[in-house]
Design a protein around this ligand. Sequence first.
Ligand code: 5GP
Ligand code: MG
Length: 178
Amino acid sequence: MKKVVVKDKTFKVCISQEKIRERVKAIAADISCDMAGKKPLLIAVLNGSFVFAADLMRELDFPCEISFVRLSSYAGTASTGKVRELIGLSESIEGRSVIVVEDIIDSGLTMQEMLTMLAEKKPADVRIASLLVKPDNLKVNLDIRYRCFDIPNDFIVGYGLDYDGEGRNLPDIYVVEE
Ligand code: 5GP
Ligand code: MG
């Protein structure tokens, strides 16, 4: 079993790059089937999704565009507490088909916020493509149309996902060792 140390933790491989490639190709085929002709805009959520987004997009063989966004947190007033803002989306999405590309959906709260903010911009439709989903942790009802893997509630790194900033360059997906 391939192992790696990132900072103070040891991780072992849980999904190999070959398996990832296979699943990315499979969901890209589903997306091509559903979305070809709609010229969708992929909206990749930084930072974690950049590797998945790059691989996914190169498997799509129809016209599409990509934009990268980030949810920034800043302290609001005392009454509003933490406020989040969507930054990076310069183009209009009004009337367009959008595919939000995420690395991982855990509680689902980030994605829910993202969908609320995107809805204000009046897209024609919004679909979710997530590399990973932790279904046991989902706290909101989300229609995750395209997903590569459902995983248990363990902490993972690699293929874009980090542990305290490191590990994003690992080609496989690793799970923390107990
Ligand atoms: P949610 O709002 O769905 O609970 O959180 C989603 C975000 O939590 C992801 O975009 C990611 O940044 C982080 N996250 C959740 N689980 C993991 C994990 O196992 N590993 C890493 N590296 N990040 C995670
Ligand atoms: Mg993410």
